[in-house]
Ligand binder design. Structure first.
Ligand SMILES: [Zn+2]
Length: 384
């Protein structure tokens, strides 16, 4: 034995004595009186190459003595508009790492494009700013499929953003806004359900006495078939929910929508597609009270990944229509959506963004797992 090791072992012996005299069986040592580094050196020098410590000596857990590494900053990219910044929402670092590296969950870089659809029009002359032609729609669907995207429904999206539940590495959430006829779904969406198993979310308006009330029975039948996923798009719909709305109005929009979806579609909605794209702090908080897990705006800011939602924190003079969402402080309730005409030109960007996120995660994997092992594993267990 070198004299250095003997010295270190003596130091360890002092520490162990100090520890065993303590009345509280704390899992972590109070080493404030002595240098942590010296103790770690002592511990490191007796294992594993030197003489093993006697088995009846209460050696403290080595993990309690390792210094956790600093966690890397969240993934950023120059593939978004400079005013649209990714926002995280999982505040518990251990939970985030557990969900991220759990081998049963979605792999890092898994990405979702959320697309909003309004009118799908045969005649280009009928196409307004919100619409797309039938030809353009077919092109968009084929482009998505060719680039390896697969459609998911609202419950899958909620489980993905909340827990990083497994979904296809490239996913698309298609949302058809407003009430539509059975014919609309049969003509435009059914072929993709039959060929590829693709589902579609319908942002369903509930009021039966408005101009948008139509085709309830057709939609009930489609929901029963299992591939048209009806979610909340308000009760009266034509008045936006904002922070200026009365409490009563906001509550009615949710309560009557939920009651309708439960009665007619036998489901409790998880998503609110904000009518007119309007939202606010109070509408979001009240939506959470009613159990909503997702909210969608009309703001096209980029794709979504686990714990990574691009939002704006300040108004953008170049895009005044798109209200900044950051101040709401609940990214999952103000998820951005693409207009259908943007999809084709964004596909490469989105695919590459997912690849870069995956590479960044891989680069940081060892550090994150070390952090987890030191600070999280003692309470949360190993990551499956
Ligand atoms: Zn609408």
């Amino acid at each position: 034995m070198t004299s250095r090791l003997i010295l270190n072992l003596s130091l360890l012996a002092i520490l162990l004595t100090a520890c065993s005299s303590s009345t509280s069986p704390s899992p972590t040592l109070d080493v404030s009186a002595l240098s942590t580094q010296a103790f770690q050196t002592a511990l490191a020098s007796i294992q594993p190459t030197d003489t093993p410590a006697p088995t009846d000596t209460p050696i403290p857990e080595p993990t309690a003595l390792r210094t956790p590494p600093a966690l890397p900053v969240p993934f950023t990219t120059n593939r978004l508009n400079p005013l649209d910044a990714p926002h995280t929402y999982e505040e518990d670092a251990c939970q985030y790492l557990y969900n991220k590296w759990n081998s049963n969950n979605a792999a890092p870089g898994t990405i979702v494009m959320v697309v909003m659809l309004h009118g799908i029009k045969q005649d280009a002359a009928d196409v307004t700013a919100n619409d797309i032609t039938v030809e353009g729609f077919k092109q968009m669907m084929n482009d998505l499929h060719e680039q390896g995207f697969q459609a998911i429904n609202a419950a899958q999206m909620a489980d993905f953003v909340d827990h990083n539940a497994k979904i296809p590495q490239r996913s698309v959430l298609l949302i058809q806004d407003d009430r539509r006829t059975g014919q609309n779904f049969d003509e435009h969406f059914r072929p993709y359900y039959e060929q590829w198993g693709w589902t579609v979310v319908n942002a369903w308006i509930s009021a039966e006495d408005g101009p948008r009330a139509l085709a309830l029975q057709d939609n009930v039948a489609l929901e029963r078939e299992g591939w048209v996923d009806h979610q909340s798009h308000g009760y009266v719909h034509n008045i936006n929910m904002t922070d200026a709305s009365t409490e009563e109005f906001i509550r009615t929009e949710f309560e009557k929508s939920i009651a309708d979806l439960q009665t007619n579609f036998n489901k409790t909605p998880v998503a609110i597609i904000w009518p007119g794209g309007g939202f606010g702090v109070r509408p979001v908080q009240i939506a959470r009270e009613y159990g909503y897990r997702l909210g969608f705006t009309i703001n096209p800011r980029g794709p979504v990944m686990y714990n990574w939602i691009p939002l704006a924190d300040q108004p953008d003079p170049a895009r005044p229509v798109y209200q900044a969402e950051g101040y709401v402080n609940d990214p999952r309730m103000v998820i951005p959506r693409y207009w259908p005409y943007q999809v084709r030109s964004e596909l490469d960007n989105v695919r590459n963004l997912g690849k870069e996120a995956a590479a960044y995660a891989e680069q940081n994997k060892a550090t994150e797992l070390e952090y987890y092992d030191i600070l999280c594993a003692p309470t949360m267990g190993a990551i499956p």
